[in-house]
Ligand binder design. Sequence first.
Ligand code: PRP
Ligand code: ADE
Length: 173
Amino acid sequence: MDLKSVIRTIPDYPKKGIMFRDITTLLTDARGFRRAVDELVQPLAGQKIDKVAGIEARGFILGGAIAHQLSVGFVPIRKKGKLPYKTIAESYELEYGVDEVEIHVDAVEKGDRILLVDDLIATGGTAGAAIKLLERAGGEVMLCSFVVDLPDLGGADKLRALGKKVTALVEYE
Ligand code: PRP
Ligand code: ADE
């Protein structure tokens, strides 16, 4: 099965000129969802990890399923102002705006080996901020997994230049 066949493209969302890659159709498709979860963890090849961290919002769905599959804990990386306890934050630029991500100060233990998951990487701003947060908290990001990479925006290469291992299941120009 071709994962692209279950990913929908919405032109001009949320702004004119953006081709929005909508993975909700992949999630609705039982085989697509299972396949994506299986493939997102494959580069770990049996390597032990301690936690999965997922980026709000669609990274929660994929990351939660992966954490369950690997029997490890899940760390939600949330947009500013959503977490109830003490947080640490990093701001970042988006393809279409500026935002800030946060985790709880005690979400990561020193030395935790972490798999970072999101649905898509574009400029890498969001994932870059997420890595900084997780590593400031004492974790080590072992692999960054995305369903979709937009390579023209350079995000995956930016993470690789930081020495991170990156995997993506499909690419769109
Ligand atoms: C999307 C996507 C990534 C981010 C990638 O989230 O789910 O988190 O953009 O862009 P970047 O690589 O340029 O940082 P979005 O900002 O649409 O937020 P949402 O998941 O809360 O809708
Ligand atoms: N986040 C940033 N760019 C995106 C795109 N083109 N589709 C879906 N999510 C995105």
